[in-house]
Design a protein. Structure first.
Length: 158
């Protein structure tokens, strides 16, 4: 992935898409349609930023935590990233409700010849693989502990 993006744009595509997404989310919550639903008791679902650890060793280990802080969002932070953020991270401000520089940044990708839609799709595939691996690792761990517990219960019963 690193070789597909010019240096000045590296690690910025996901943040640009997050800004665009957050803008659409805030627009939805400001719409008359949503206000009508909220008036009837509906509560908004929060945006989920998932897998916000850094994969690029050259990037700040708190990059995505700092960049994606925003009201009405949830962030699944890997433990290593959480520890790093607790140690030296700083939230400098919330994601802009109007999208900030997202469109300008995405235009930079286009000018650099990067097919941002294809790159975004690749990022989503990588994220999906990462989540599947984490899920499978968790299920294997639970299964292993379950076998150990069964053995311990059977041994105790003898």
């Amino acid at each position: 992935m690193k070789d597909k993006v010019p240096g000045q744009l590296r690690n910025r595509l996901g943040i640009a898409f997050a800004k665009r997404t957050y803008k659409a989310y805030r627009e939805l919550l400001a719409s008359s349609h949503w206000r009508k639903l909220a008036g009837g008791g509906a509560r908004p679902q929060r945006l989920l930023w998932a897998s916000t650890g850094i994969k690029d060793p050259d990037a700040s280990d708190t990059l995505y935590i700092e960049a994606l802080a925003a009201p009405d969002t949830i962030n699944t932070i890997p433990e290593k990233t959480l520890v790093a953020f607790a140690d030296h991270g700083k939230v400098k401000g919330a994601l802009p409700a109007e999208g900030g520089d997202a469109e300008a940044l995405l235009a930079e990708f286009a000018r650099a010849g990067v097919a941002e839609a294809a790159l975004a799709a690749e990022l989503q595939r990588e994220g999906t693989r990462s989540f599947a691996k984490s899920w499978n690792d968790l299920m294997d761990c639970i299964a292993s502990k379950s076998v150990m517990l069964k053995k311990a219960v059977l041994a105790k019963g003898k």
